[in-house]
Design a protein around this ligand. Structure first.
Ligand code: ZN
Length: 94
């Protein structure tokens, strides 16, 4: 059987605690199709595509992927789940 450890405090989960929490974070570029205007549709797509492709070629694959999609998954013990929920975004208290 897999053993899980808390990604925040390192405690072995399910051995010391009955509950484990999973945090899943997805970070991706938001794209809202409603923001496309007539002006966008009338624009020069070929020039824009060429510009974007040139920009993409100059980036490393890793960096490019970071810009498109990143996901994180953490296992937390109940104590750290509480701490995490109190401040899901580092540096932002709320
Ligand atoms: Zn913990």
């Amino acid at each position: 059987m897999d053993s899980f450890t808390c990604d925040m405090c390192g405690k072995v989960l399910l051995a010391e605690e009955n509950t484990r929490y999973i945090v899943k974070i997805e970070v991706f570029a938001a794209y809202d199709p409603l923001e496309i205007t007539r002006q966008d549709l009338a624009g020069d797509h070929e020039a824009e595509m060429a510009r974007l492709l040139a920009q993409m070629r100059s980036m490393s694959t890793e960096k490019l992927e970071d810009q498109v999609y990143r996901s994180f998954r953490f296992d937390l013990c109940p104590g750290c789940q509480e701490k995490y929920l109190a401040q899901p975004l580092p540096g932002k208290s709320g």
